[in-house]
Design a protein around this ligand. Sequence first.
Ligand code: PGA
Length: 257
Amino acid sequence: MKIIGGNWKFNKELREKEKAKKFIRELERMLEKEKIGKGKVIIFPHFLVLNEVKKIAKRIKVGAQDVHWEESGSFTGAQPSAQDLKKWGIKNVLIGHSETRKYFGVTEEKVRLKLKSALKEKLFPLICIGEDIEEKERGETKKVLRKQIEEGILPSLNKNSRFLIAYEPLYAISGFAKLRGKKPKPAQIEDIKLSHNFIKETFKKRGFKVKVLYGGSCNPQNAKELLSQDFIDGLLVGSKSWDLESFLEIIKIAKEV
Ligand code: PGA
């Protein structure tokens, strides 16, 4: 089965402990019923409920939405460090999600530092890359992806580094689409194919075989088409992972394809 990630972002309900725990318990029950093994579903809760969720998750992997690059110091408002995550038993972590890049000033340099720190603590990063609509329209998709890979990722890797990539073009992410007054919809399959192949090829040239998830407006209606593509190794689901029913449907589709 391909990997299904659920990014809870800043969803209000899922920052409430009891609601988050109820969601996880029900999801666990379903994974058990469907005989879906450990590690196929990764949930990225907000830090406020990260530890609570981690305590009750069995088949579900639990990851952080971000990580700070230093262990300690004068960094008011910083995210937990890689050392904190390790202490809490959290192995998975999102790095460079476009919303952290856009809203919280995460640059390639910061992606590189976060990644370095996460890998040093043997965490398993899911690094998000992707172009914005203007860049796509200017025909710069490959240029943007190459820059993100060469400046933000490669310098922090060594030959044993383990990580995943998520291709998430910004124009397809539902939150950004709504800001532009557009109805959220995923990227075209042809565009996803070009980008995924380019990403895999770029890493291959440097000796890394990578899995690339797709993210951006995934839902139960489009999951089958997306998951049937051999160049898509899984999905990173945002807003549709906030709704248990939709998320369960996507997981069932992943199991079937
Ligand atoms: P979305 O978000 O599914 O709401 O478009 C995806 C993501 O940002 O990871």
